[in-house]
Structures are given as structure tokens and as C-alpha cells.
Design a binder for this molecule. Structure first.
Ligand code: NAD
Ligand code: TYD
Length: 352
């Protein structure tokens, strides 16, 4: 079996669902259920003996040791993190705790377990670390896309804490020989994306007739990847990746934010027209994010060349599926719009 951390969040839940749709290998899913963790994402697995959910913190060494001892996973896929840049600006402490100390705790527990294995078990074991392209910093308009050898230049508390975790993972391989792999992926989008991030926030606000808050001039560029393509990339790295190697994962879809917002409005105008007029009327420019990275772009040639991975979705097919999913699952969004989430909206947008 495999141990997944953060499997009740956006990408982790998609990964668990995807994994169990193509394999019968059971998953132990360790998740603290922070504001971003949502068991509704995994509702379709209710009663499925292949999914064992454990509510707990990756910083809890005793618990993680117990899970390794009880379940003897052959691999760990580590998603658990604080993941929202704006939250990291308002409160960086949780990011250092979960992303840095949490990853350290998992590495130490994994190392203890790995040391107890025989030679064959040791060689087969994997620690896969899920990271982000944001560790590489910000690109100018004509800079080449991030390759795996790009220097680390993180600019936000989020990306700095992820960069620190990447360095720990690298060091546990070089120093102790732990068979680790790391993937640095671009911005994901798709089902179960928490509505604090650009795409689900815009869809939710548009449907509620609320302003669509575009930071700064809206010309910041992100490289978008449909979430199940990220899941297939991680499966490929787990199956065929070389220990100690890093793989950049991206969709070859660089888009300025304002173009994303216009695309969402056009799809909503088509699929759920508003009698009050086009959703574009709701676009509102607001104060920029401090230290806002201008452009990210991923050079995903290594994973294609070495592991034969390519995304299955284009941006056009993926974004249409995403809007259709949100229209069909408005109850999922409604359940998230809890008191705690409304407090966040007040903190982030009231003074903008
Ligand atoms: P998310 O915020 O939606 O989910 C994070 C999950 O981790 C939640 O279920 C949460 O409850 C859990 N968690 C948080 N702290 C925990 C702790 N201390 N112990 C146990 N569980 C804890 O995040 P996501 O967007 O699904 O991102 C998952 C991973 O992928 C992160 O490591 C992130 O850095 C990375 N990543 C995300 C993107 C993206 O576009 N969202 C892109 C590249 C990489
Ligand atoms: P986000 O989804 O928070 O991902 P990240 O910051 O990790 O790339 O934001 C994506 C882009 O959209 C980023 O450039 C910030 C911008 N953005 C807005 O313009 N308005 C918003 O309300 C949000 C949440 C993001």
C-alpha cells in the first residue's frame, strides 16, 4: 500500500480518486483536515476498504511512526501543505510549521522505516515530494521556462517554505540515501479546487453576482495544468522516476490572469447565462498582491523525454470540464462557504 499525506485537499483528493480508479493498491490517507481539507472530496470512496483515512498532523512523529509500522507502505506521496500564497502573506507561521517542520518529520519517520527494511525493500521504497514551480521565482517576459536546473529564488512565504522542504528532501537523499523523488508542478485547476484560488473563486463569485477581483493589472502569467494530468505525472514518477531526481511538470499553457477570467466569463455566459448581462461586467481590478510574481513557465521536457509523460488535456478541454463540474456541484461550494471561510474573505479583500 501507499501512504498519502494531504489526501483530503484539492490535488491530494484528486490523486487518491485517480489512484484507486486505476489500481487496487490501498491508500492510507493522513490529513489534518485544516480549512482546506474536505472529506466530501472523497465521498465516493465511502465504504471502500482500499481507502483508510486517518485524521492527523504530519508534524506528529509518534503518529507517523505508528502508520509506517502498522501499514508498511512501500511509498509515501507527500501533498500535505499550507498552499495559498495570500494566506502565507497574512500568516506565514503555519507555512513554516507544516511545509518545513512537517516535511522534516515525515523524512525522519520514513528514514527510520526505510532503515528497517531488507535490501530489496530498501531499493523499492520511494518518498515522493509534491512541490511547486513557485520555488524558482519570477520570470521576465522573454526568459526561458523553468528547467530542473534553474536556481531557487522563492519570493513569498509560501514558496520559501516549499523551497526549504525541497532542500530537506534533496539532503535526505544525498546524506542518508533515502530514495526520494520530487516533482515541481505549475498551477493546477479542476474539480475540488478550494474557492480561495483564482479559478474556483472567479466561478463562485460570478455565480453569486459578486465582483471578480483581479489583482494589479491582471497581466501576471501562470502555466496551467488540469489536475488529473498532475496525478498521472506523479504516478509516472513513482513508477519509473530515478531516486534523487527532480521532474518539472507543466501544461505548456501560459496565460495572463485576465485572459483566464475572460475565458471563465465566456464559458459561464454560454453554459449559465445571467439575465443581468455578461459576467464580464463583474470584473474589478483591486490592489495587487505584495511581492506578486509576474510570470511562471515550466519546461516539462525532462519528464516527457525520460518517463514519456504528457498532459492529456488542453487548456480548452480542461477549463470547460472545470466550469461544468462547478455548475454541477454548486452544493460542494455552498458547504465550503462556512463561517471560517467568510472571515478569510474579509481579511483578504476588505481593504483592497
Ligand atoms: P490544499 O491546500 O488544497 O490541500 C492541502 C491538504 O493538506 C489539506 O487537505 C489539508 O487539510 C492538509 N494539511 C495541511 N496541513 C497539514 C498538516 N500539518 N498535517 C496533515 N495534513 C495537513 O493544497 P493543494 O492545492 O491540493 O496542494 C497540494 C500540494 O501540491 C502542496 O504541497 C502544494 O504545495 C503542491 N502544489 C500545488 C499546486 C496548485 O496549483 N494547487 C501546484 C503545484 C504544487
Ligand atoms: P492563485 O490561484 O492564488 O495561485 P498562485 O498565487 O499560487 O499562482 O492565484 C493565481 C493568480 O491569480 C495569481 O497571479 C494571483 C491572481 N489572483 C487574482 O488576481 N485575484 C484573486 O482573487 C486571486 C485569489 C488570485
Amino acid at each position: 500500500m501507499i501512504l498519502v499525506t494531504g489526501g483530503a485537499g484539492f490535488i491530494g483528493a484528486n490523486f487518491v480518486l485517480d489512484w484507486l480508479s486505476v489500481s487496487d493498491e490501498p491508500v492510507v490517507n493522513l490529513d489534518a483536515l485544516t480549512y482546506a481539507g474536505n472529506l466530501e472530496n472523497l465521498a465516493s470512496l465511502k465504504g471502500d476498504p482500499r481507502h483508510i483515512f486517518v485524521q492527523g498532523d504530519i508534524c506528529d512523529r509518534e503518529l507517523v511512526d505508528r502508520l509506517f509500522a502498522e501499514h508498511q507502505p512501500r511509498a509515501i506521496v507527500h501533498f500535505a501543505a499550507e498552499s495559498h500564497v495570500d494566506r502565507s502573506i497574512h500568516g506565514p507561521g503555519d507555512f513554516v510549521r507544516t511545509n518545513v517542520t512537517g516535511t522534516f518529520t515525515l523524512l525522519e519517520a520514513a528514514r527510520g522505516h526505510w532503515m528497517s527494511l531488507d535490501e530489496a525493500g530498501k531499493a523499492a521504497f520511494r518518498f515522493h515530494h509534491v512541490s511547486t514551480d513557485e520555488v524558482y521565482g519570477s520570470l521576465g517576459p522573454n526568459d526561458p521556462a523553468f528547467s530542473e536546473t534553474k536556481t531557487y529564488e522563492p519570493n513569498s512565504p509560501y514558496s520559501a517554505s516549499k523551497a526549504a522542504s525541497d532542500h530537506l528532501v534533496r539532503a535526505w537523499h544525498h546524506t542518508y540515501g533515502l530514495p526520494v523523488t520530487t516533482s515541481n508542478c505549475s498551477n493546477n485547476y479542476g474539480p475540488y479546487h478550494f474557492p480561495e484560488k483564482l479559478i474556483p473563486l472567479m466561478i463562485a463569485n460570478a455565480l453569486a453576482g459578486k465582483p471578480l477581483p483581479v489583482y494589479g493589472d491582471g497581466q501576471q502569467i501562470r502555466d496551467w495544468l488540469y489536475v488529473t494530468d498532475h496525478c498521472s505525472a506523479i504516478r509516472a514518477v513513482l513508477a519509473q522516476g530515478t531516486p534523487g531526481e527532480v521532474y518539472n511538470v507543466g501544461g505548456w499553457n501560459e496565460k495572463p490572469n485576465i485572459e483566464i477570467v475572460h475565458t471563465l466569463c465566456a464559458l459561464l455566459d454560454e453554459l449559465k447565462p445571467d439575465p443581468a448581462g455578461s459576467y464580464t461586467r463583474l470584473i474589478t481590478y483591486v490592489t495587487d498582491r505584495p511581492g506578486h510574481d509576474r510570470r511562471y513557465a515550466i519546461d516539462a521536457r525532462k519528464i516527457e523525454r525520460e518517463l514519456g509523460w504528457r498532459p492529456a488535456e488542453t487548456f480548452e478541454t480542461g477549463i470547460r470540464k472545470t466550469v461544468q463540474w462547478y455548475l454541477a456541484n454548486q452544493e460542494w461550494v455552498a458547504h465550503i462557504l462556512s463561517g471560517a471561510y467568510r472571515d478569510w474573505v474579509e481579511t483578504n479583500y476588505a481593504a483592497r
